[in-house]
Every structure is written in structure tokens, then in C-alpha cells.
Design a protein around this ligand. Structure first.
Ligand SMILES: Nc1nc2c(ncn2[C@@H]2O[C@H](COP(=O)(O)OP(=O)(O)OP(=O)(O)O)[C@@H](O)[C@H]2O)c(=O)[nH]1
Ligand SMILES: [Zn+2]
Length: 226
């Protein structure tokens, strides 16, 4: 048997046991088949009740003025805000235009601020995303790049998956392989607890098509760092 491999720190299985197919599908956020059987309102009621139990178990007095609304607040925040990207209905509508101006160099949308949450500890991951692409005939409305980033960030995430999900979405929407995504982020699960390293940051990259070229990568990095 080959050495065990570790997928996102969660699964320890041999390559044979997982198989290539499963390695690939781990790019998808793991969702249950019935993930959307409950409506958003039903989810909020259920989460509020479960969160109330967590607070109660911790010994918090839920009759306190400041605490009594927290279960509902957390449920609303989970469903409508920080995990809203789990629901495909919240996927942004993308406006594409013809590349009439024949702009055939890279377009870089840099310093897109994002807030996500670590799927291992449910504490924030935040930082900057830089996205570049070269048009194959269509151009995307600039704000839609930011919206794609926010949609995939609003899920429990690991940074590697977030990087690939953003890149795959852009490749599909823009019908091009010429896509690069760089994420530079801080994980509060590393800085505020556990190892408590406040200075480290995590950088992930995805280069495909024309960006599989050291010169192109240099050009991109220079533009990002300017
Ligand atoms: N690869 C990867 N790991 C992450 C990400 N976010 C958090 N982690 C790591 O997930 C790991 C989970 O490890 P565990 O040992 O199960 O959890 P833990 O006992 O809380 O670990 P410590 O954080 O070391 O205290 C930790 O090493 C985290 O730093 C991410 O985006 N990508
Ligand atoms: Zn974490």
C-alpha cells in the first residue's frame, strides 16, 4: 500500500482507497444530497435552536438581555451572510460582453478583499484575491469577478479549494484556460488559537493556459506588487 495521503486535514486514506475520481471531486464543497430540502427559514429556526443549546451547554444565561437574541442572530448570519454561498440560488448572474475592442492582453482584478471561514474551526479566513484572465472573445463585467470570489468565499472553506473553485468558475464562464488566481490570506485558526502565529500568511496560486509560463507569471506578479 502507498503512503496515506491527507485531504484537507480530514481524510487519511491511501491513494488506492480514494482513487483519482474522488481526489478530483474533492474540489466540490462536500454537501449532502438533501442539502436544500429545508428552506432558508426552516434552516434558521433549526440552527437557532441548536446554537441556543451550545450556548446553554457552555453555561451562558440566555435570559440575559444581551445574549437572548444571539441564537437567532447567528442563524441569520450563517444562512443569509457568511454561508450564503452554499446555496446555488445565490450564485451571481454573470454579465458577459463581446470583446469588441479586441483587448487581448491580460486583465488583472487585484486586491479583492474577501472574508471566508475555515471549515475545520469555523473561524475567519480573510485576505486578498488577485484574479487575471485573457479573453477568448468575451469579457466579463469587472464587478462580476468580485462577486464570483465572494460567492465561493461565503462557505466553510479551505484556501486551496477556494482558489480552485474561483479559477474553475472563471474558466467555465469565460470559456478560456487562460486564468490565474492568487490568494494571500490570514487564518484566524492559526493566529488567534492553536499555534497562535500572528505573522504567517498563506499564499495559494492557480495558473493555467497562458499563465503556465514563467514570463507571464513574472508580469502578473509585478502588476500585483506595483
Ligand atoms: N490545508 C489547509 N489547512 C487548513 C486550512 N485552514 C485551516 N487548516 C488546518 O487544518 C488543520 C486541522 O488540524 P487538526 O489537527 O485536525 O486540528 P487542531 O487540533 O485544531 O490543530 P491546530 O490548529 O494545530 O491546533 C490545522 O492544521 C489547520 O491549520 C486551509 O485553508 N488549508
Ligand atoms: Zn481552521
Amino acid at each position: 500500500m502507498k503512503d496515506p495521503i491527507n485531504l484537507n486535514g480530514l481524510t487519511t486514506l491511501s491513494v488506492e482507497e480514494i482513487g483519482d475520481e474522488h481526489l478530483f471531486t474533492s474540489i466540490e464543497t462536500p454537501l449532502k444530497k438533501d442539502a436544500f430540502e429545508l428552506s432558508d427559514s426552516e434552516k434558521k429556526v433549526k440552527i437557532a435552536s441548536l446554537f441556543e443549546e451550545i450556548m446553554d451547554t457552555l453555561g451562558l444565561d440566555l435570559s440575559d438581555d444581551s445574549l437572548k437574541g444571539t441564537p437567532e442572530r447567528v442563524a441569520k448570519m450563517y444562512v443569509e451572510e457568511i454561508f450564503s454561498g452554499l446555496n446555488p440560488q445565490n450564485k451571481p448572474k454573470i454579465a458577459l460582453f463581446d470583446n469588441k475592442y479586441q483587448y487581448n492582453q491580460m486583465l488583472l482584478e487585484k486586491n479583492i478583499t474577501f472574508y471566508s471561514n475555515c471549515e475545520h474551526h469555523f473561524v475567519p479566513i480573510f485576505g486578498k484575491v488577485h484574479v487575471a484572465y485573457i479573453s477568448s472573445g468575451k469579457v466579463i463585467g469587472l464587478s462580476k469577478i468580485n462577486r464570483i470570489v465572494q460567492y465561493y468565499a461565503k462557505r466553510p472553506q479551505v484556501q486551496e479549494r477556494l482558489t480552485i473553485q474561483i479559477a474553475n468558475e472563471l474558466k467555465q464562464v469565460l470559456q478560456t484556460e487562460d486564468v490565474a488566481v492568487i490568494i494571500d490570506a490570514k487564518h484566524l485558526c492559526v493566529s488567534s488559537r492553536g499555534i497562535k502565529d500572528e505573522s504567517s500568511a498563506t499564499v495559494t496560486t492557480y495558473y493555467d493556459g497562458a499563465f503556465n509560463n514563467p514570463q507571464k507569471i513574472n508580469e502578473l506578479l509585478q502588476l500585483i506588487n506595483n
